[in-house]
Design a protein around this ligand. Structure first.
Ligand SMILES: [Zn+2]
Length: 477
């Protein structure tokens, strides 16, 4: 503790010998002639170091990542806004003349350092030309994508400490570098998996988004207080699925969807409010999927073959429900995939298959208005559009009715709520009731408790086992 820390270092001021651990190194975007390092001292404070031009090779050869050093003969310089990745009022400039003396590895020098931003700070950074943040969240999912210019990248969806979802795009350079981003470890980690990212660029285009820079490293389950807080938050939440991003506005009618041209539907997601008015079960309601990529998988003896991932020991059973959706304007053929199926039924496809009468349970989906997030596809054979349902939920109002009669009665005479009143009641349904205190203005809440939509509330009519119920809904009203 006798050694000066990096806390007091200021541009152009004294540069005492410091004891630090070298945590990361990178070549910044658009600065091929520079090499940057992140150093951390025994107080857990980070500082960025830079070396340039001919000094790079020399300095790189003398500093090991995770090595501990006494560093002297360096300069404290002004922060360079184009390359800075953390908030410290100074940077360290290293060169061939700097002295690096290895010191004993000590627990006093942390092995990780993060400068996590709050949501608010991320929003502020997003407005800057180059706003850089560290981010931490609960891992929800990962997708492979390609940019319009054909640049591959992966997108991770995470839940942050403010309980909002955030997408983090990692460009190929980072996504394919296993010492920066160990994809397999993250995808196979036990839930909740906490993932931390360093030095992401914040953008605000369709909402707040983060993307990798050359300085980005990704850490699974980092040792950090915020990781513990996230785990606690997760454990207090039921159930665990990505928050629906369906908003009450901008719903499209099915009649309008059917007017769209092929060029207008590609890559777009639409929100609709519709009822399932028909379910076709002749070809089943599920498919066997590759456990790695979720695509259809083919049985080969006792094993399974994925055209992308090769032989697999086992396959997953996932929802693929063929249905007709109707709103009061039109009807459209739909395929309801696994995620939406789980959201609507409140159980996995495998759980449904174990039920005594799964078909009846499936029919419970019918004739209830649901909010759905869909994509459109051309059905060449039918020469029409069909829709792929990726996410779905029920409006909160139904939620309440389905819960219990006493709560449903309460909706008729909502108690006056004062602005400061907090939802301190015990049940989720009651909380939603208070949320929804203005009956004249129905709100659609994200459903965090699909359990209460389940099938123990089936009325006899809902259990009607007939396959199709034509005429149940008048499309012209
Ligand atoms: Zn696969």
């Amino acid at each position: 503790m006798e050694h000066p820390g990096v806390f007091e270092l200021r541009p152009s001021k004294s540069a005492p010998a410091i004891h630090v651990r070298v945590l990361r190194s990178w070549v910044p975007d658009y600065r091929d002639n520079e090499l940057h390092f992140l150093l951390v001292d025994q107080e857990g404070l980070g500082i960025q170091a830079v070396t340039k031009e001919n000094d790079c090779t020399n300095v790189r050869s003398r500093l090991q990542i995770q090595g501990c050093y006494e560093i002297s003969r360096y300069a404290c310089v002004d922060v360079d806004d184009f390359t800075a990745v953390i908030t410290h009022p100074a940077m360290i400039r290293l060169g061939s003349a700097s002295v690096f003396t290895p010191i004993a590895d000590t627990q006093e020098l942390p092995t990780q350092y993060f400068d996590f931003a709050t949501r608010r700070k991320m929003e502020i950074q997003a407005k800057k030309e180059r706003g850089i943040v560290d981010f931490i969240g609960i891992y929800l999912k990962l997708e492979d994508k390609t940019s319009k210019k054909g640049r591959p990248y992966v997108v991770l969806t995470l839940r942050d400490i403010s309980n909002q979802d955030m997408s983090v795009a990692l460009w190929k350079e980072i996504a394919t570098s296993t010492h920066r981003f160990n994809r397999r470890n993250i995808e196979t980690a036990a839930s909740p998996a906490i993932v931390a990212f360093t030095s992401l660029k914040a953008n605000e285009q369709n909402g707040l988004q983060l993307q990798s820079t050359n300085a980005t490293y990704v850490f699974l389950n980092p040792h950090h207080l915020e990781a513990e807080l996230l785990k606690e938050m997760w454990q207090n939440q039921e159930p665990h699925h990505p928050a629906l991003q369906i908003v009450p506005d901008n719903y499209v009618s099915i009649a309008d969807l059917l007017q769209l041209q092929t060029t207008e539907i590609k890559g777009r997601t639409f929100n609709i409010k519709a009822e399932i008015t028909e379910i076709q079960t002749t070809k089943g309601w599920s498919y066997t999927a590759c456990p790695k990529c979720n695509q259809s998988i083919l049985q080969v003896d006792t094993q399974w073959f994925c055209t992308k991932d090769g032989m697999q020991e086992k396959a997953n059973t996932m929802y693929r429900i063929i249905a007709t959706l109707s709103d009061n304007t039109e009807r459209i053929q739909a395929v309801i995939f696994d995620h939406a199926g789980r959201q609507l039924l409140g159980m996995t496809c495998e759980e449904l298959a174990e039920k005594e009468d799964p078909i009846n349970t499936l029919y419970s989906l019918m004739d209830k208005e649901a909010l759905m997030s869909i994509q459109l596809q051309h059905d060449k054979r039918m020469r029409t559009l069909k829709c792929i349902v990726n996410k779905a939920s029920y409006p909160a109002v139904e939620n309440i009715e389905a819960t219990s009669s006493s709560v449903a009665d309460a909706t008729k005479t909502p108690a006056p709520t004062t602005p400061g009143q907090k939802g301190s009641t015990a049940t989720g349904a009651k909380r939603q009731l208070e949320f929804d205190g203005k009956p004249s203005q129905p709100k659609y809440l994200h459903i965090h408790t699909p359990r209460i939509l389940t099938l123990n509330t089936l009325s006899p009519a809902d259990s009607d086992p007939t396959l199709k119920r034509p005429g149940k809904r008048n499309l012209t009203n």
